[in-house]
Write a protein that binds this ligand. Structure first.
Ligand code: FMN
Length: 281
């Protein structure tokens, strides 16, 4: 019987052992969400784990929840993640980025004044740590039906940026009260359009974005085989006006335990939802 320290094959990867490091928000990025030297050192030091899942990484400035968390939506952020990926690979490790849009679990003071959005204009119970101390969660602006596809594209662009940075894959954070979970939960999703109502409607956001991420990955792989370079990042993730694709998920779901920073009451904090990991090499 294999022990914890024996190699294991997971898809295309051969991991040196069966230990995976759970995602943990560290707040070591700079004020622009660029992973710092301390971030690179932190992950390099832990690269002997078979697989590292990074802290939650925002796919857009709006998607940031806590202060000094890293993003994957600007060129400088991609450069910061490149240093992280190189360090982990030099030590023989594998690392995937956890893409996490915090939705209403956020505060403008933590993200240079950017607004907070969620499926519905309902504040989360409790408070959020900010640089000037704990503050009540703000009432988010409700996302309109028309703009939801552009938020989905933010995730897909971020996944592409992860590939460009040399990370080994991505995980979609679908639990713990953040944006995907806010769409899944009837308590936080009062949409009466295609993204709300029935279980199918509430799951649509998660399914569409998993599909969009997988599609980006497929196009990246195709381009790689042609040119060996992934497509460059679009200037802003929010500029997309593309329509959603109504496909079925192509990735394998798994389950994660709750985040201790999550809100402590209501179905949005107690339900568990799926995560998706997409390998890129
Ligand atoms: C400080 C801290 C930060 C965390 N940040 C994240 C995160 O960014 N993403 C996530 O999915 N889980 C996050 N978690 C949850 C952990 O990954 C883990 O699921 C949780 O701590 C339960 O595991 P444990 O019982 O071994 O502590 C965080 C946990 C802690 C303690």
């Amino acid at each position: 019987m294999p022990d914890l320290f024996s190699p294991v094959t997971v898809g295309k990867w051969t991991l040196p052992n069966r230990i995976a490091m759970a995602p943990m928000t560290r707040s070591r990025a700079d004020a622009s969400g660029v992973p710092s030297e301390a971030t690179a050192t932190y992950y390099r030091q832990r690269a002997t784990a078979g697989l590292i899942i990074t802290e939650g990484v925002q796919p857009s400035a709006t998607g940031q929840g806590y202060s000094n968390t890293p993003g994957l939506h600007t060129r400088r952020q991609v450069g910061g993640w490149r240093a992280v990926a190189d360090g982990v690979h030099e030590e023989g490790g594998h690392i995937v980025a956890q893409i996490m849009h915090a939705g209403r679990i956020s505060h403008p003071d933590n993200k240079n004044g950017h607004e907070t959005v969620a499926p519905t204009a309902l504040a989360a119970p409790g408070e959020m740590f900010t640089p000037s101390g704990p503050r009540p969660h703000p009432v988010p602006r409700a996302l309109t039906t028309a703009e939801i596809p552009s938020v989905i594209e933010e995730y897909a662009d971020s996944a592409r940026a992860a590939v460009e940075a040399g990370l080994d894959g991505i995980e979609l954070h679908g639990a713990n009260g953040y944006l995907i979970h806010q769409f899944l939960a009837p308590s936080t999703n009062h949409h009466t359009d295609a993204y709300g109502g029935s279980t199918t409607g509430r799951a649509r956001f998660a399914i569409d974005l998993a599909t969009a991420v997988a599609d980006h990955r497929a196009s990246t792989c195709t381009e790689r085989s042609r040119t060996t370079r992934p497509k460059p990042l679009r200037p802003t993730a929010l500029s997309s006006t593309r329509s959603p694709r109504w496909g079925s998920p192509t990735c394998t779901p798994s389950v994660t335990p709750p985040h201790p920073c999550s809100p402590t009451s209501g179905p949005a904090s107690t339900a568990r939802s799926s995560l998706t990991t997409v390998g890129t090499r």
